[in-house]
Design a protein around this ligand. Structure first.
Ligand SMILES: Nc1nc2c(ncn2[C@@H]2O[C@H](COP(=O)(O)OP(=O)(O)O)[C@@H](O)[C@H]2O)c(=O)[nH]1
Ligand SMILES: [Mg+2]
Length: 276
């Protein structure tokens, strides 16, 4: 399970269609690739929620390619832009998501409420189960009974073991129990769901740090991965969430959700450019 550019491209279909149709309109008005066309394209990139910083970098790269290849026909801008967007991913690590040397491999999932943590856990768990791995899920979002129930339904559907506590119970204790129980059962993977109430920011970060600390008591090098889940439709707001979480926790992976429903998924490019 590595990084998949193909998967990302299919998720970004609406964003792409929106970009392409706007750029087509601009190309229709400019026969040559000139400053005016490039300015228009930059605006179009920004309007699909790619940050100003990233859009400027893309346009600079585009200009360089235009100069190097001596191209001036505006129709060629699509191919060049495609290359420029791909260039953003060149240094992105494709290291495997799962290291088989750790048993269990412990993944902690964090992120703001509603971004898609629980749904992503179900998707990740299903991939591991399909791969023949045994999975334990920890319902460490103990704030609402409904969150625990939602995860229980997914665990049942996907076919993995669930460790849960009481509503309002200690999240760290649930995570600890899950890792202990996975060790005892010989499970391959533990995925820890967590709460995401950002309006109590300090408390949330304290709770998440505590979950990490306590998990280490059950398995010293765990969690092996901490994934931040971002809602791809929230644009630049998603970038702010990266900053907030990164300050308090070691984040070593990002999951971007809901790209299927948006034409403004450009924030993905900004996230990749800044954090690869
Ligand atoms: N269209 C779409 N909806 C999603 C995706 N991921 C999550 N959702 C929906 O977003 C809502 C919140 O998801 P949930 O997993 O409960 O978020 P959590 O609060 O972070 O655990 C639910 O209605 C999900 O069905 C996705 O990739 N695409
Ligand atoms: Mg949830």
């Amino acid at each position: 399970m590595g990084f998949s550019l193909k998967k990302l491209a299919s998720g970004l279909l609406k964003t792409k269609e929106n970009l392409v149709s706007k750029i087509k309109a601009a190309v229709g008005l400019h026969k040559k690739i000139d400053g005016a066309l490039l300015d228009e394209i930059e605006e179009i990139l920004i309007s699909s929620d790619i940050s100003v910083e990233t859009s400027t970098a893309i346009i600079a790269n585009l200009k360089e390619k235009v100069a190097q290849r001596g191209i001036d026909n505006s129709e060629e801008v699509f191919q060049l832009l495609r290359e420029c967007l791909k260039d953003l991913f060149v240094d992105v690590s494709a290291e495997p998501f799962f290291a088989s040397g750790k048993k269990p491999y412990v993944i902690m999932i964090v992120g703001v409420n509603g971004t898609g943590k629980t749904t992503s856990i179900a998707k990740i768990a299903r991939r591991f189960v399909n791969d023949g791995k045994k999975v334990t899920i920890a319902a460490a979002d103990t704030f609402r009974a409904a969150a625990i129930d939602q995860l229980a339904i997914w665990a049942d559907r996907v076919g993995c073991h669930l460790v849960k506590g009481q509503e309002g119970g200690d999240a760290a204790a649930v995570a600890y129990d899950a890792v202990q129980s996975a060790i005892a059962r010989g499970d391959d993977v533990v995925i820890i769901d967590t709460a995401g109430r950002l309006h109590t920011k300090t408390n949330l970060m304290e709770e998440l740090s505590k979950v990490k600390r306590v998990v280490k008591k059950a398995m010293p090098d765990a969690p092996h991965r901490t994934l931040l889940v971002l809602d791809g439709t929230t644009g630049q707001n998603a970038l702010q969430q990266v900053e907030i979480f990164k300050k308090m926790l070691d984040i070593d992976g990002i999951v971007v959700t809901k790209l299927d429903g948006t034409a403004k998924g450009g924030a993905v490019f900004s996230i990749v450019e800044r954090y690869k």
